[in-house]
Design a protein around this ligand. Sequence first.
Ligand SMILES: [Zn+2]
Length: 347
Amino acid sequence: MPLKAIQEQPHACEFIRRALLSDRLHHAYLFTGPGGVGKTLSAKALAQALLCTQPTETADACDQCNACVRVASLQHADLHVIERNQKKDGGRERNIKIAQVRELQRSLTFKAFEGDRRVVLLLDAECMTPPTANALLKTLEEPGKGTYFILVSDAPHRLLPTIISRCQRVRFSPLSPDFIADRLVSTTDLSSEDATCLSRLAEGSLGRAMDLIEDEVLDARSELLERLGGAGTEAPNLSDTMSFASDLARPDRRDFLPTVFHLLRSWHRDILALQGGMEPSELVNSEYKEQLSKRASTLSQSEVFDRLERLNQAETAIFERMGNVRLVLEALFVRITDQLAQSGGHR
Ligand SMILES: [Zn+2]
């Protein structure tokens, strides 16, 4: 896809197009910004523009020539893609391996295969350990004529400062909910109502919106609110809460957990937003504005903050400290529904 066709990020893409056109390209770029906002798409478009054999007048890729086609399918011999290796279960390794960087360096000692340019695309650049990043540093400093690096990262604060300082940084911003909703309506069979709803839950990321569709997030939200008592007036009883926690702890529902946390967080942020005076129609979960308003009036702000903090702790316990999922969720849900019971029953 040529740069001019990328609608997500007009500012970032314009910046890159100008550099291409003026032939003042930096030898290393670092594309940063949230996940799912078009960084990798733009990085591939830049690689295509650099390797295209029939570039347009604006130095953009023609998107037709043989080189363009092979870049698009990541098959071009002068395009080196470094990313975390795939594991057997389909996930990715935690880190980019130092051997991958060494192998890259070895291939960069030869001449480019086809033209006089080659491109290194390094995805999830923050997943380099310090030794790996240090190994790359030398090549980043002296990449050789015609070699361009494009590093892509959602978490640039985890990169070594020495890596950042060698690159020209291009910032990618979160997408507007309207943009995401329009894209969802044109590319999926969602109704515009559901698309609007998802676009708010996606927090500026089209990638996340797609993940949320895959997770059937709107159904998940109904289930969650019903079983935790958020949608109704009655607080659920303890045994229901416990059985919900053990349901979610089943291995086959494990992938669903990030969505659970995402939803619970958005729910509580909405309560805070209402307490801060936001219009109910602007809430992420605006379809539940009555229930949210009720919570906003019965919970104190510090109780909501406390619940958000507990959510963070539970998430850390599960995903970073590999805690027992069922026990962590039980403790979290009891805490949340206890408070619901108190606010529903005694105020
Ligand atoms: Zn081309």
